[in-house]
Design a protein. Structure first.
Length: 471
């Protein structure tokens, strides 16, 4: 398993004159920033790699699951595998292959959402997207009855008790046929699927529902994968549960849900400076942690901020990108009012091409938000690239506002208040004119000879300067 390396500081670059660290085979990534393109089809991801993600320096895309799935209009059909053919409503295998090639040409790696804890939750079976006929515990050429758990711990065999590891790992997550991942033959079948994706050029995997598989089973599967793929595991942190993200660090990185939840609190209470004490919150170690503001589950269960929070969401994203904790993954999806709203699709159920909606206060159902393109977010990706791994310094905080620099390469101010903030900041930036990269265009801000600058920061927004964005 490969970890995202600490990106070289721009200062080190200047001194050594060498290029950036290579994160993924054959690609020169500029940052450690990823993006989950939720339910984007393969053609749309390819286009975004070329037009936006590569030029912005975003290192990797997390795709939705690519394997054959059950029929139906809901987005979550993708999380019920019927076979491991790369044929889905997001596109054909050919389109998937073309996407991998195009993204690689743009220096963007492809991380695939791997649904390997279970197959479908269909009691009476059915026919999958690519025509495969299946039963709840029968999947042609892959699995039969014996390859599944029947936990016998609840009447339905469903998970009923998150305080019991046995219940969580051997029972069914919402009726999804639970694979006997301890069986070497099952591990081999899963690994064959992942290796098929590797042979197409896939660079890594999100391990869906990792909590529902013992850490040693996940490790045994990952050991069977060819080469050195990047691994990030979904183990939702919930206090008091026996299974925690730290249990999985031998296999790769983990998503840090704890930080996403804290961002909600900090935005509410205005205590943004708490992020400087992130080490005291009991999160996964920074180098193993993938940090985020929201994912597709949390934007639906409303446990985190989302596009609906507008400026607050943008501010949290800016803070996350500026922080030296973890490797951030951005999120981009479509608008909906109820969780089960089906995704934008044509009459055949194929997900339609992404057409980004203009930034607005509210969105109609099924509009592609493209929140990653909002100016402050792309600007802060550039800020993160410019500051590299330089230390946090020149911290300032007052009321609902917080500001800090990263070495002498960047400085950012975050204002989580309903009122504008008028303030002079002491920085380590070289004197001169800078663009505010947290806003559209180039609002010029002048750093004086004493390295200070004075600015008015509007309510719920950021101001950010870095040495690579000067008028
Ligand atoms: C759907 C229907 C169900 C139906 C089932 C089978 O909604 O009613 O029984 O199909 O037909 C997604 C959707 C589900 C959907 C499923 C399959 O969210 O609604 O079920 O696809 O189509 C737990 C897990 C965590 C999981 C979350 C959602 O630990 O792994 O629940 N997240 C991943 C994905 C999901 C996906 C799946 C797993 C399944 O990101 O999108 O489900 O592949 C505490 C615990 C958490 C727990 C949480 C919620 O906080 O600590 O661990 O998360 O409660 O229960
Ligand atoms: Ca399981």
């Amino acid at each position: 398993m490969r970890r995202l390396p600490v990106i070289l500081a721009a200062a080190a670059l200047l001194l050594s004159g060498c290029s950036t660290t290579t994160t993924f085979d054959g690609m020169g990534q500029k940052s450690d920033v990823g993006i989950q393109l939720f339910q984007w089809n393969w053609d749309s991801i390819a286009k975004e790699c070329t037009e936006v993600l590569g030029p912005a320096g975003i290192a990797w895309v997390l795709t939705s699951p690519p394997q054959e799935h059950i029929m139906g209009s809901a987005w979550w059909t993708a999380y019920q595998p019927v076979s491991y053919q790369i044929e889905s409503r997001l596109g054909t295998r050919e389109q998937f292959e073309a996407m991998v090639t195009t993204c690689h040409e743009a220096d963007v790696a492809i991380i695939v959402d791997a649904v390997i804890n279970h197959m479908t939750g269909q009691d009476s079976g059915g026919t999958g997207w690519a025509g495969t006929e299946f039963g709840h515990y029968e999947y042609p050429e892959l699995y039969t009855e014996d390859d599944f758990h029947h936990c016998g711990l609840s009447e339905s065999d469903d998970i009923t008790d998150y305080s019991s590891a046995e219940n969580v790992q051997n029972c069914e997550l919402v009726n999804l046929a639970d694979l006997a991942t301890e069986k070497p033959s099952v591990q081999e079948t899963i690994a064959a699927y992942l290796n098929e994706l590797r042979s197409i050029g896939v660079d890594g995997f999100r391990i869906d529902a990792a909590k529902h598989m013992p850490a040693e089973d996940v490790a045994a599967i990952i050991e069977r994968i060819d080469g050195d793929p990047y691994i990030v595991q979904e183990v939702i942190r919930t206090d008091g549960e026996p299974i925690q993200p730290e249990d999985y660090l031998d296999s790769g990185d983990v998503f840090e849900f704890g930080l996403a939840y804290q961002l909600v609190t900090w935005m509410k209470t205005g205590s943004l400076s708490s992020i400087s004490n992130v080490d005291s919150y009991g999160f996964a170690p920074s180098e193993s942690s993938v940090s985020f503001v929201e994912n597709h589950d949390t934007e639906r269960n409303r446990e985190t901020l989302s596009y609906r929070d507008g400026a607050k969401y943008q501010l949290a994203t800016a803070l996350l990108l500026a922080s030296d904790y973890g490797s951030p993954v951005l999120y981009s999806g479509y608008s909906f009012t109820i969780n089960n709203n089906s995704l934008p699709q044509d009459a055949d159920g194929l997900v339609t091409d992404v057409d980004c909606a203009p930034f607005a206060e509210t969105y109609a159902d099924g509009e592609w938000i493209c929140q990653h393109r909002w100016p402050s977010t792309l600007g802060m990706v550039g800020w993160r690239i410019a500051v590299g791994s330089t230390e946090v310094q020149d911290e300032w905080s007052e009321g609902d506002a917080y500001a800090f620099g990263r070495g002498s390469l960047g400085y950012a101010v975050f204002n989580a208040a309903d009122a504008a903030l008028d303030q002079t900041f002491t920085t380590s930036l070289p004197a001169g004119d800078y663009c505010n990269v947290a806003a559209e265009g180039c609002d010029v801000i002048t750093v004086e000879a004493d390295r200070s600058f004075t600015v008015q920061v509007p309510p719920w927004s950021a101001v950010a300067l870095h040495v690579d964005a000067r008028p």
